[in-house]
Design a protein around this ligand. Structure first.
Ligand code: NAD
Length: 473
């Protein structure tokens, strides 16, 4: 354990300032305290926004090439701290160490690297007929993040904002603030100008709410639940602030009748259980051809029952605990209600696996005989729970996939790539992976419908932090 994880300070204008109140961080696998973070207040927010405004003057005038060099220096610093970042995410979130390293840290580094050439591109105005279109920094950005990918979410926002020439006030989630401190340390060590990143950990209702609608904030980048996203959207809308909202999901994995069924089912179960099911873009609805329904259920149960649930510090573990007791109660109640409503439990459905006497665990759970009207197929559970449904062909599968308030991600499985692409193009969702294709850190990421407004990552993500000026020549 390192003292870097016990913090009582906020970062304002390049200086760490102690505050009176702190908040304990608890390891969800053991229930033991592993760190603490400052609990900032509204006055701290005002100071941080002022410092970010001061820093903006220099940073927005910095040539994009120099901003790109700053991002590269930050990438180098973070890479040098890979092990500490990984251990921190294991401790604060309970993510299994292999996943923490690859999905939380390395993927965040890939996203950051993706912003470097885009920062450089901003030096060249786009030509639109007789106009030059200048992409200019929008101003001070408020970046508010959830607990499920604490480092990744913050880097996706801070990297894009800095690439665009914005300065940032960041508010991490209360449950997982420690990796945000490590990111802030790396920003300072990378030599980025003081005040580019200001860090104000604290509660959503106090610090988050003070940032949204704040007169010194030009743009709000929020990732979190749809319910809080709506509130943020209302306040930012009233203030006519730019906003991007990355919210919840209930994504469909669509298996066509010519697909490799075992691969498709296996990958979908793994997606639903990734990060213990606490992934906004997880495929949590598996849609399979009716004639293969029972076979798919057996394959899904087999995979769910062989995923290794347990100690997150063990390299062999696939699923650690959920982030908190409250989160486990939420998941458990969703599953209990579904079963009471007549849904068939095919695997899992219970809490701590045998042999573990602590931790907020929930076993990988497969549910069958679920209709598209059932709550369990409509609401985000945010735990390792997959519902399996039968479809009657491509049109029916598209209809079912789109019969959702959400539209964040999805998958299509078929041995015919052009058929899969046709289905993907009809899905009302921000991302679709064909046959398990890899995540792309520079492709736009974001949601349709209740999954949000705006896009993150790559050029689209950087443009969320830009204002555009057309100059007719
Ligand atoms: P949450 O909405 O409770 O909190 C998110 C952040 O908002 C936290 O930092 C919180 O302190 C802050 N907050 C709370 N109330 C606020 C307010 N009134 N004003 C401003 N900020 C406020 O979400 P969570 O429980 O931390 O995260 C889980 C949710 O995030 C899930 O619904 C998940 O789908 C979603 N999520 C979405 C994406 C995406 O990219 N679409 C990615 C990750 C997580």
């Amino acid at each position: 354990m390192t003292s870097d994880w016990y913090r009582d300070d906020i970062l304002v204008g390049g200086t760490w300032r102690p505050v009176r109140r702190t908040h304990q961080v608890v390891n969800p696998a053991t229930g033991w305290p592993v760190g603490c973070a400052a609990k900032a207040d509204r006055a701290d927010v005002d100071a941080a926004v002022r410092a970010a405004g001061d820093a903006l003057v220099e940073w927005r005038a910095t040539p994009p090439r120099v901003r790109a060099e700053g991002l590269t220096a930050l990438h180098t610093e973070l890479k040098g701290r890979r092990d500490e970042l990984t251990n921190c995410i294991v401790a604060e979130l309970g993510a299994p160490i292999r996943l923490a390293r690859e999905a939380h840290v390395d993927q965040a580094l890939d996203v950051l690297a993706g912003f470097v050439p885009i920062a450089e591109e901003l030096a060249e105005p786009e030509r639109a007929g007789s106009s030059l279109v200048l992409a200019r920094p929008a101003g001070v950005a408020a970046c508010i993040t959830p607990w499920n990918y604490p480092l990744y979410q913050l880097i996706a926002k801070v990297g894009a904002a800095l690439a665009a020439g914005c300065s940032v006030v960041a508010k991490p989630a209360e449950l997982t603030p420690m990796s945000a401190y490590l990111l802030a340390d790396a920003v300072l060590a990378a030599g980025l100008p003081a005040g580019m990143l200001n860090l104000v950990p604290g509660s959503g209702t106090e610090v988050g709410a003070a940032l949204v609608g704040h007169r010194g904030i030009a743009t709000v980048s929020f990732t979190g639940s749809t319910a809080v996203g709506r509130q943020v959207g209302r306040t930012a809308g009233e203030a006519l602030q730019r906003m991007s909202l990355e919210l919840g999901g209930k994504s469909a994995s669509v298996v066509l009748d010519d697909a490799d069924l075992p691969s498709a089912v296996r990958a979908t179960v793994e997606s639903a259980c990734y990060n213990s099911g606490q992934t906004c873009s997880a495929w949590t609805r598996l849609l399979v051809p009716r004639q293969y329904y029972e076979e798919a259920l057996q394959l899904a149960a087999d995979r769910a029952n062989t995923l290794a649930v347990g100690d997150p510090t063990d390299e062999a573990t696939d699923l650690g605990p959920l982030v908190s007791a409250d989160q486990r109660t939420t998941v458990s109640e969703h599953v209990a209600r579904a079963i009471a409503d007549g849904v068939r439990l095919v695997a899992g459905g219970s809490e701590r696996p045998p042999g573990l006497d602590a931790g907020h665990y929930f076993l990988p759970t497969i549910l069958a005989d679920v209709s598209t009207a059932d709550e369990i197929s409509r609401e985000e559970v945010f735990g390792p729970v997959l519902v399996v449904q039968a479809h009657d062909g491509d049109d029916d599968a598209v209809r079912m996939a789109n019969d959702s308030d959400y539209g964040l991600a999805g998958a299509v499985w078929s041995t015919d790539q052009s058929r899969a692409l046709q289905v993907a193009a009809r899905m009302q969702t921000g991302q679709v992976d064909l046959n398990g294709a890899a995540f792309n850190p520079v492709a736009p990421f974001g949601g349709w419908k209740s999954s949000g407004v705006g896009r993150e990552l790559g050029r689209h993500g950087v443009h969320e932090f830009c204002e555009f000026t057309s100059v007719q020549i």
